[in-house]
Design a protein around this ligand. Structure first.
Ligand code: GLC
Length: 477
C-alpha cells in the first residue's frame, strides 16, 4: 500500500476518537501524583541567545563544551540551552542555587505561566477529558500555582483540613511558588556562537528547574491521608515526579528513602482500590543511582510505564544495555527503539509499556493484559488527536478543542517509522499487519502501534509526553 492509501486507512481507524473521549467520563476516579509546578514558558530565538551571551560576555568556547548536566552558574544554563538548540533535543537541568534562578528570572523572563510538572499536566488533561474525579497532589499550593489548574469542579486537591476542594481555589499563602523555566526554540532558526553557526534541526525545549520541594519528592500529609481513606475510590493512579530526585539530598535524606516512602504510601492508597491500574511516567532522570533504583524497584511494582525515546535510552544505560543504548542514540528510529523496549520488557517484567516517539506510539504488553489491543489502539489514537490539538492550538484547556485535529491525516514520518517497526517485528516474532492494523499478537505479547499526526509548526511541545501517556491509558476503554 502507498502512504496515501495508508493515510486513508488510518483516517478510518481514528474515527473512533470522539466516542473514546466520551467514554473517559465513565471513569470515576484518578489520582495524579506527585509533581505539579509553575512552568514559565518562553520562546527564544537564536538572535536573542546571541545577544544575551555577548551582553554578559560569557565564555563562548566554554558554552560549547560538554559537561555535567546541571546548572551551577548562569553560564551552565546557556551551555544546556545551546546544546539542545544545536541538536534539536529536549533536556531538563536542575538549578542548584537560588541566585542563578533569580538571574534568569530577571534577565530572560517569560512569555506566560502555565501548569507544569507531569502530575499537574496529567491532572488538567484528565479533568478536561471528563474523568469524574481527578485528585491531584501538590507539594506546594500558593495561589499563583493553584490558579493554573483548570477551573473545573471535577479537578480536586486536598486542603490542609483534609477536605477535598476544587484545585484551582486552594490558597496556601505560606507555600513557595515552584518555578521551572521552559525555554523553547524553533526548527531552522540559527545561532552563531564562537564563530560557528548552528541551525536548529527540530523544534524543542530546554528546561531549567529550581524546585526545592519536588527535588526531594515532598508529599503532602493531608493528601496522603485522604487518598488512603476508604471513602476515596479510583480506577487509576498516575505517578510521576521522581526524575528530579538525587540520591544525596541537601537535607541529608536520601533519594532512595524518598522513593521507598512514596511506595509505602501508594500501597496504602491502593488497599481500598486493589483493582486500580498503577502507571509510572518514568521521565528523564539524571541521577543514575535513582534511575537504577526506579527501574529495579518502583517500575517492578507498577502495571504500566510510559517513556519517550530519550527516557528509554536512559533506562537501557542502567540495565547493562549500554551498547544498544549507544545504537539507539546514534540512530533513534522505531526499529532500534523497539529492540530496546524488548530488553526493558524482559528486565523489568512490567506487564505494559508505552513508548511515545516522534511520529509513532508503541505499546508492548503481556498477552491478555486487562486492556485489549484494540482498546489500546483506540486510546492511542485519541491521544494522538489530543496531542496534535495541543500542538496546533497551544493548549487543551477546554473540551471543545480536544478534537481540533480530527480531520487531519497521520504523518509520513509516522508511517515510515511504522514500516520499520513492522519489519523488526517480522524478524523477531513473524509476519504481521502492523502497517495497516497497528496490532500484532502471539502467545506471549501484544504489540500496538499508532502513527501520529505531526503539526509542522507546533505552538507548544511541553507536557506532550504526559498528555499522550495518560490519554492513551485512560482513553483505552
Ligand atoms: C518536567 C518539567 C516541568 C514540565 C514537565 C513537562 O517535569 O520539570 O516543568 O512541565 O516536565 O513534562
Amino acid at each position: 500500500m502507498t502512504n496515501t492509501e495508508l493515510k486513508k486507512k488510518w483516517f478510518e481507524h481514528f474515527k473512533s476518537s470522539p466516542s473514546q473521549l466520551k467514554k473517559m467520563s465513565e471513569v470515576k476516579g484518578l489520582i495524579s501524583a506527585f509533581n505539579a509546578n509553575i512552568d514559565a514558558v518562553i520562546k527564544i530565538s537564536g538572535k536573542k541567545i546571541e545577544e544575551i551571551i555577548s551582553k554578559n560576555e560569557f565564555d563562548e568556547a566554554a558554552i560549547l563544551l560538554d559537561g555535567e548536566k546541571n546548572i551551577k552558574t548562569v553560564e551552565d544554563a546557556f551551555r544546556g540551552l545551546v546544546k539542545c538548540f544545536k541538536s534539536g533535543i529536549a533536556e531538563e537541568w536542575l538549578i542548584e542555587q537560588k541566585p542563578v534562578f533569580d538571574w534568569l528570572n530577571k534577565n530572560i523572563g517569560y512569555d506566560n505561566l502555565q501548569m507544569g510538572g507531569q502530575g499537574g499536566i496529567v491532572a488538567n488533561a484528565m479533568a478536561v477529558c471528563g474523568v469524574e474525579n481527578v485528585y491531584v497532589h501538590t507539594a506546594s499550593s500558593p495561589k499563583e500555582q493553584s490558579k493554573l489548574f483548570l477551573d473545573l469542579d471535577n479537578l480536586k486537591n486536598v486542603n490542609p483540613l483534609g477536605e477535598l476542594q476544587k484545585a484551582c481555589t486552594i490558597d496556601r499563602t505560606e507555600d513557595v511558588p515552584l518555578i521551572h523555566w521552559i525555554i523553547e526554540f524553533d526548527k531552522d532558526d540559527t545561532l552563531k556562537i564562537n564563530g560557528e553557526t548552528f541551525t536548529c534541526p527540530k523544534s524543542n525545549r530546554f528546561i531549567a528547574t529550581y524546585d526545592p520541594l519536588n527535588f526531594r519528592l515532598a508529599i503532602d500529609d493531608a493528601f496522603d491521608k485522604r487518598m488512603s481513606d476508604p471513602s476515596t475510590s479510583f480506577e487509576y493512579i498516575i505517578l510521576s515526579g521522581y526524575q528530579m530526585l538525587s540520591n544525596e539530598l541537601p537535607n541529608g535524606d536520601s533519594g532512595i528513602n524518598r522513593i521507598n516512602d512514596s511506595i509505602n504510601k501508594v500501597r496504602n492508597w491502593r488497599e481500598n482500590n486493589p483493582d486500580s491500574i498503577l502507571h509510572l511516567e518514568i521521565a528523564s532522570t539524571q541521577d543514575k543511582i535513582i534511575r537504577k533504583y526506579l527501574v529495579d524497584k518502583l517500575a517492578k511494582e507498577v502495571d504500566s510505564i510510559g517513556f519517550n525515546e530519550r527516557e528509554l535510552i536512559d533506562i537501557l544505560e542502567v540495565i547493562g544495555e549500554e551498547k544498544l543504548a549507544e545504537i539507539c542514540n546514534k540512530e533513534t528510529n522505531s526499529s532500534n527503539l523497539f529492540k530496546g523496549m524488548l530488553k526493558v520488557f524482559n528486565y523489568i517484567k512490567c506487564p505494559r509499556m508505552q513508548l511515545h516517539m516522534f511520529g509513532l506510539y508503541v505499546t508492548l504488553q503481556k498477552k491478555g493484559y486487562q486492556l485489549s489491543p484494540i482498546q489500546n489502539r483506540k486510546g492511542m489514537q485519541l491521544a494522538a488527536n489530543v496531542a496534535a490539538s495541543k500542538a496546533g492550538t497551544g493548549d487543551i484547556n477546554s473540551f471543545d478543542i480536544l478534537l481540533w485535529s480530527k480531520d487531519k491525516e497521520v504523518s509520513d514520518i509516522g508511517l515510515n517509522e511504522l514500516k520499520s517497526l513492522s519489519e523488526t517485528v517480522s524478524q523477531k516474532f513473524g509476519t504481521n499487519n502492523l502497517i495497516e492494523d497497528g496490532i500484532f499478537t502471539d502467545d506471549s505479547v501484544e504489540i500496538i502501534a499508532v502513527p501520529t499526526i505531526i503539526i509542522d509548526k507546533p505552538i507548544t511541545l511541553v507536557g506532550m509526553g504526559d498528555t499522550i501517556s495518560s490519554i492513551s491509558l485512560v482513553g483505552a476503554q
